[in-house]
Write a protein that binds this ligand. Structure first.
Ligand code: ADP
Length: 172
């Protein structure tokens, strides 16, 4: 199990994996942060594909091709906006990871890379988000041979340190 999960401090748009996950918004029409970076790197066809999908509820996921990206697919998931923690934020964030993984399996993805969903503009506390991300992924991998590899992409230093610490003490 340990060798199926890794941490990378990188720009997610540079990764040659089967699927990268986008921390999108409900409209799926692009935005700032990782969403903006993914749309810029994928090219205008991605926005067109997202427009055809017509939006995505919080906690769910949708898939498109990667277009100009080195990744085959983009899995768009909508994380919860942090509103104090009593508004299903934890279960919605968990659902983002699980639904994205289910789609990855459906499309036969061997490798998938996740950004730190909801921890930017959406304001989810980073340590709490990291614990949920790691636990959800490990629980899923215990019962599924695919995806073979899951990469947690930590763009900012704080998340990279948190994931290093949490993955180090996680029982796989
Ligand atoms: P959200 O709205 O879900 O909070 P953001 O895009 O604001 O989404 O932030 C989510 C995470 O994505 C943050 O931890 C941020 O550091 C990270 N991020 C921003 N740009 C990139 C990128 N190019 N590659 C990977 N992660 C990124």
């Amino acid at each position: 199990m340990h060798n199926r999960v890794e941490l990378l401090q990188a720009d997610i748009t540079s990764l040659e994996v089967d699927a990268i996950v986008n921390a999108a918004n409900n409209a799926l029409l692009g935005g700032g942060g990782v969403d903006g970076a993914i749309h810029r790197a994928a090219g205008p066809q991605l926005l067109e594909a997202c427009r055809l999908i017509g939006g995505c509820p919080t906690g769910e996921a949708r898939i498109t091709p990667g277009f100009n990206l080195p990744s085959k697919f983009v899995i768009h998931t909508v994380g919860p906006v942090w509103r104090g923690g009593e508004n299903k934020e934890d279960s919605l964030l968990e659902s983002c990871y699980l639904e994205s993984l289910k789609l990855a399996v459906k499309y036969n993805c061997n490798s998938i890379a996740f950004p730190n969903i909801s921890t930017g503009v959406y304001g989810f506390p980073k340590e709490r988000a990291a614990e949920i991300a790691i636990q959800s992924v490990i629980r899923f991998l215990r019962t599924s041979p695919l995806p073979k590899n899951v990469i947690f992409v930590c763009f900012d230093h704080e998340n990279a340190e948190l994931y290093r610490m949490l993955l180090g003490k996680t029982a796989f």
